[in-house]
Design a protein around this ligand. Structure first.
Ligand code: PLP
Ligand code: COI
Length: 341
């Protein structure tokens, strides 16, 4: 099949129109069979609960093309289970794992020509979205839900991809707190962080690094988890009740262990930033983005003085992307081939 004519090697992390999206409706207690449509618009009731009361959650995953032209998904069932977690947090109905996986495969098949070619570094980004669509004026869960999955080819989330970015510790705004919805991929969490991201970017940083509600421990970035590497080869990443459980971070903990690192998932005090030899952001969109420096108040801690990724992030990045792009055998069963008819 001919690929869509795009400059895949230069794609930003942005929306690009593709051929089809897939939509399932939950009504009268069950999900329907779903439809494929080329429409980019949604007919929505003016009182839909997603609009007024934030019953909106999403997921993000990528589809990769291998050198020999196969198409691989990565840990889709984990995204499905996380959407179910988000839905519970927001009192929404969620699709079953089976419907979620089916929807992803349908949207990939319907947009096959947009799967970026191997070697461009780009991937087909899949964005599953769950919305309360039933009309509500009193605050209550909707009686109708839409599960929509769109696909769009993307390049790196942080400008220039696998090149170091600068972070700034956000010490004013608290994005999420224990007992809240920080563990959910709720749309509102991202709105809550936009002030900090806009401020960070306008001051020349790639992103803000959030602290926990006590402003003592590191939480995560707006769109990625955080990890640090110590000089004695420890992979340290925050354990927190107010962050998203990143599937990338989970994969990296497994791969880092294989590479001989000791894994520590525990509260990480902000003072520890001084002890790391390298730090990184990790997530589906971010993959691994090495951190050049972190500014915290008056202090700037520089990890990578020469603007190049460090050896630890490079090793981890390669271990992860070699599995995702099918370069290395996947001993964990994370990847699954999507077979076209
Ligand atoms: N944290 C936040 C707030 C995110 O938006 C994401 C992106 O999905 C992540 C972490 C990384 O999660 P994952 O590795 O599952 O993509
Ligand atoms: C992802 O990594 O898939 C995300 O969802 C991040 C997104 C908010 C840009």
């Amino acid at each position: 099949m001919d690929k869509a004519q795009l400059d895949y090697a230069s794609l930003p992390f942005g929306y690009q129109k593709t051929d089809m999206n897939v939509r399932y409706t939950w009504r009268n207690g069950e999900w329907d069979q779903g439809i494929e449509t080329d429409s980019e618009q949604l007919p929505l009731h003016i009182a839909a609960s997603c609009l007024h009361y934030g019953q909106a959650a999403f997921e993000g995953l990528k589809i990769y093309e291998t050198q020999d032209g196969r198409t691989l998904s990565f840990r889709v069932e984990d995204n499905a289970r996380r959407m179910q977690h988000s839905a519970r947090q927001l009192s929404m109905q969620a699709p079953s794992v089976e419907i979620f996986v089916e929807a992803v495969e349908r949207v990939v098949k319907a947009n096959r020509r947009f799967i970026p070619p191997y070697g461009t570094g780009a991937a087909l980004y899949i964005r599953p979205l769950l919305l309360g669509t039933g009309a509500r004026i009193g605050v209550a869960p909707a009686d109708e839900y839409l599960f929509l999955v769109l696909a769009t080819p993307v390049g790196p989330y942080f400008k220039n991809g696998f090149t170091p970015t600068k972070l700034i510790v956000e010490d004013q705004l608290v994005r999420a707190a224990p007992g809240g919805v920080g563990t959910a991929k709720a749309g509102g969490n991202y709105a809550a962080g936009m002030r900090a991201t806009v401020k960070a970017r306008s001051n020349g940083y790639g992103e803000a690094l959030y602290l926990d509600a006590t402003k003592s421990y590191i939480d995560e970035l707006g769109a990625a988890n955080f990890f640090g590497i110590t000089k004695d080869n420890k992979y340290v990443t925050p354990q927190s009740e107010s962050i998203l459980k990143s599937i990338t971070n989970d994969s990296l903990r497994t791969l880092a262990k294989d590479l001989g690192y000791t894994i520590e998932q525990r509260p990480v005090h902000v003072d520890e930033l001084f002890q790391f030899v390298e730090t990184g952001a990790c997530g589906t969109a971010a993959v691994i983005t090495p951190v050049e420096s972190i500014t915290w108040g008056q202090e700037t801690i520089t990890y990578l003085a020469d603007g190049q990724p460090g050896p630890h992030c490079t090793k981890l990045y390669k271990a992860l992307t070699d599995i995702q792009f099918g370069v290395k055998e996947d001993p964990y069963g994370w990847t699954k081939e999507i077979v076209f008819d």
